[in-house]
Each structure stands twice: as C-alpha cells, then as structure tokens.
Write a protein that binds this ligand. Structure first.
Ligand SMILES: Nc1ncnc2c1ncn2[C@@H]1O[C@H](COP(=O)(O)OP(=O)(O)O)[C@@H](O)[C@H]1O
Ligand SMILES: N[C@@H](CC(=O)OP(=O)(O)O)C(=O)O
Length: 444
C-alpha cells in the first residue's frame, strides 16, 4: 500500500480536488490519502483564534462568516450533483456551527484553539471523501483522531498509531481509497492537538512507517526538492535523488517543502519518500531513499530566527567536564542545540527555541561567563558529499561567501553537511551567492 499526501495548495481549489481525484484513481492500487486543510484555512482559523483570545467575539464572527462564504462557493464548484452538493453543504454547516460555538466559550484557551485549528483538515477530508462518494469510488474516511496521538513531550506515539491503524485497516482495509486528516492528533489528555505547522507531511510518514508502506508520496506545488529556496533564489533546479539523511538535514534547516520531522519514521522503516508536483504530475520529482548521486554540492537551505549564545569557562584552560555541565543545562530546559563551535575556553552554540532563555542563561551564569546573545541569526546549511579526503570544498564555500560576514562555521560533523551562521539580514544574499558559487546553473 502507498501513502499519498496532498498539501494545502493541492486541495485549495475545486479544480485541484478534481485533479487529485484523477491522480489517485488512475491505477487500481490501494492508497491512504492524507489531506491538509485548503490553503489559507489554517492561517484564517488561527486568526479567528487570535480575535477570541483578545476577547473580540464580533471580530471573530466576522472572520468566521468570511471563511464560511469561501467554503460555500467552493462546494458549489466541487460537486456535480444536487445530492453531492447537499452533502457538502451539510458538512460545512456542521463544522461551522462547531466553530461558531467556540466563540461562546470564555476564556478561550489553548485547548479551544487546537480544536479550532483542527477544523481545516476536518473540513477538507470530509468534503473530498463526499466528492469521491458522489463519483462512486470505493472509499472511506478514517478519522486521524482515532489513531494519531502525541505524548507529553509532543512526540508522536508510533506504537499506538501502528496498533490502532492495524485494527482500523482490519475493519476497513478492503476499501481502495482511505482518506484521512494530516496534522491533527490527540494528546495524552485525549484532547485534540496537532503536529505543528506543516505537520501533514509528518502524518503521512508516520502512517507510512506504521504500515510499512511501499512508498510515501508528498504531493505539492513544485517539482520536488530544489537545490535552493525557490522563494528567495531565482535559478534553482529540482534534485532527483537524496538520501534520508540529506533530506532530513534540508528539511530541518528550512526547506519548507518538508516538515522537519518527516524523514524520521520513513528512514526508521526504510520507506522511500517521493516528492511530486500536483500541477505537473509527469515531472520526475525527488526520490528520498538510501541511495544518492556522488555530486559534491547538492542543496542549500536556511533556517531563520536563530539565537547564538557565547559561553566562556570561568576556569580557563583544561577545564574538563565543562561541556557536560553546559549541555546538562540545555537538556534541563529541553532546548536543542543546532550548531556548536568550540575553543579551549569558550563554546558558541545556536538554538531556535528560546521560551526558557532567561532561566537557561541564569543557570549558565552560575558557572560560566556569558556574552549578550545575538538574535535574528540564520543558519545556512549546505548539503552534499564532502569527503574528508577531498581538498578545496570549504574553500569553494568560503569563496562564494566572500563579502558576507560569517559568525560561526560547522564542518566535519558529518561528511554531508557544512553549516554557516550569518546575521538574518544576510540570509538572501548568502543563499544567492552560494547558488552562483557552488552550482553550474543553466540559463532559464
Ligand atoms: N528547497 C526547496 N525545494 C522545493 N520547495 C521549497 C524549497 N524550499 C522552500 N520551498 C517551498 O515549499 C513550498 C511547498 O511547501 P508547502 O507550501 O508546505 O506545500 P503544501 O501546501 O503542499 O504542503 C514550495 O512552493 C516552495 O516555495
Ligand atoms: N494545515 C496545516 C498542516 C499542513 O501540513 O499544511 P500544508 O500541507 O499545506 O503545509 C498547516 O497549515 O500548517
């Protein structure tokens, strides 16, 4: 069985839903179809939540009716028959009456916000499955809230998903097309929760891993993973093959096409991930698996809003145990460290989670000297084959970066990654300079 995920842009218009129906029914293979919310919906729901949090119910109601009008016209174009349309309208009435009911709950808490934001996927999947039913496709909707759960740390419980999905598929596994929601899940309290923004990719790979799928396909609006961020750099091109490790680095360091955690479950069970373009289904896309090409420079990504901490030992030279003590503090405050640069008496690290920064820094100050952190930094991550025996690789990178100030460099952590820390204001310049300096670009 394959798992296919369609993102917001792929379901964002009625004609796109028509196209994905053609895609998923073009062969006879059984598939699990994971859908995101219609593009713009998650942001619209979060904005309604903001109005409710700031106790502005009238503003929220206005936003709700505006969003509902969009869905009303969407279903008028989606369905072909009166029966289908009536079903679609009923789905919208039900879900919007729940959304309206949230405006009466005071105070509006995080629990309600999570319920509100889940409506995007609940709407898109019900509407799409009703459309499949209208066309008499052999399909069923499996509620993700019945098999997707996170633990107290927000980590998905893969064993639970595996067990629950096995039961559900035993009961409904004869259906050709099994539709489910991306992004949403339950938490240990049984409440509705989610896998964070862009989390539908993660849902697809968790399902793919849990059922040991033949392949996971992520369908979006571009022909695969590009060698650089196409939103910032003009001359980018798709990469045909990446290893799990390379793709994970790129996703973690900002390649928005994939949620940062997507690769983990796929890699764990060796399930290949293929990135495909809904607007151009014949384009080859990118295959993420165990093999790769031996090209030196493969791709670049950038991660924003990074904070750099500069930590100095009070004991100066030969201070063994110093690193352990520092990292225990990061562990205590559940703050992952991305880049590290060390000298004999100092360590510089970067973090992107800063919710405990004041406490973390206060604790470090009990045994270290700290400089003022640098905020608004960007990590530029270059992925490729950087064999330790090959000369000149770092030189090429630094040459391309000539004229752009670099704050930190990480080289040698693996043979596949070079990371640079620059101030956020140099991010676009760095991505463009590296694109020109490291790739042979064909004229468009
Ligand atoms: N390296 C990259 N390769 C391809 N796309 C990228 C890359 N970096 C950023 N993107 C952006 O990711 C977008 C697709 O991701 P996303 O908007 O989350 O899609 P979806 O709504 O289908 O989930 C593309 O339109 C592209 O602008
Ligand atoms: N709808 C959610 C989940 C998601 O993954 O969306 P998309 O596939 O459009 O990135 C979000 O906007 O975050």
């Amino acid at each position: 069985m394959q798992v296919w995920k369609f993102g917001g842009t792929s379901v964002g218009k009625p004609e796109r839903m028509h196209s994905i129906r053609n895609l998923i029914t073009s062969d006879d293979q059984q598939k699990i179809i994971v859908l995101s919310a219609l593009s713009g919906t998650t942001n619209a729901l979060l904005s309604i939540g903001e109005s409710l949090k700031s106790d502005q119910p009238n503003e929220a109601v206005e936003k709700i009716e505006h969003l509902k009008a969009h869905y009303d016209s969407f279903v008028r174009e989606l369905y072909k028959t009166n029966e289908g349309l009536t079903k679609g309208q009923k789905i919208i009435e039900n879900e919007f009456s729940f959304i309206r009911s949230l405006t009466r709950i005071k105070p509006f808490t995080l629990k309600q916000e999570k319920e509100l934001v889940a409506e995007g996927e609940l709407l898109s999947t019900q509407m799409f499955q009703a459309y499949l039913e209208e066309l008499e496709h052999d399909s069923i909707l499996l509620p993700a809230l019945e098999f997707m759960r996170i633990d107290a740390d927000g980590e998905p419980e893969l064993d639970y998903t595996e067990r629950k999905l096995r039961e559900l598929l035993r009961a409904h596994g004869d259906k050709k097309i099994i539709v489910t929601q991306g992004f949403i899940c339950r938490n240990p309290r049984g409440e509705v929760d989610n896998l964070k923004r862009g989390g539908s990719d993660y849902t697809a790979s968790l399902i793919g891993g849990a059922i040991r799928a033949e392949e996971i396909q992520i369908w979006t609006d571009i022909d695969g993973m590009h060698n650089n961020d196409p939103r910032i750099v003009k001359k980018t091109f798709p990469i045909r093959a990446l290893t799990f490790e390379e793709a994970a680095e790129l996703a973690y360091f900002g390649a928005k096409i994939l949620h940062p955690s997507t690769i983990t479950p796929a890699k764990m069970f060796g399930v290949p991930v293929r990135l495909k373009n809904t607007m151009d289904p014949d384009a080859e896309g990118t295959l993420i698996a165990s093999k790769t090409s031996d090209q030196v420079f493969k791709a670049i990504a950038a991660k924003d809003s990074i904070t750099a901490l500069y930590i100095h030992s009070l004991r100066m030279l030969n201070a063994y145990g110093f690193l352990r003590r520092i990292f225990e503090v990061f562990e205590k405050y559940k703050t992952p460290v991305d880049l590290i640069a060390t000298s004999e008496v100092s360590v510089s690290v970067t973090i992107d989670k800063t919710d405990n920064l004041t406490e973390l820094m206060a604790e470090l100050r009990t045994f270290c000297e700290l400089e003022e952190p640098d905020y608004d930094q960007a990590i530029i991550c270059i992925v490729g084959n950087f064999s330790a025996d090959q000369a000149g690789i770092a030189l090429q990178v630094l040459k391309a970066m000539e004229g752009i100030p670099i704050r930190m460099i990480s080289y040698g952590g693996t043979e596949h990654n070079i990371s640079l820390l620059v101030h956020g204001r140099y991010k676009a310049e760095a991505l463009n300079a590296l694109n020109e300096g490291l790739f042979e670009l064909k004229e468009a």
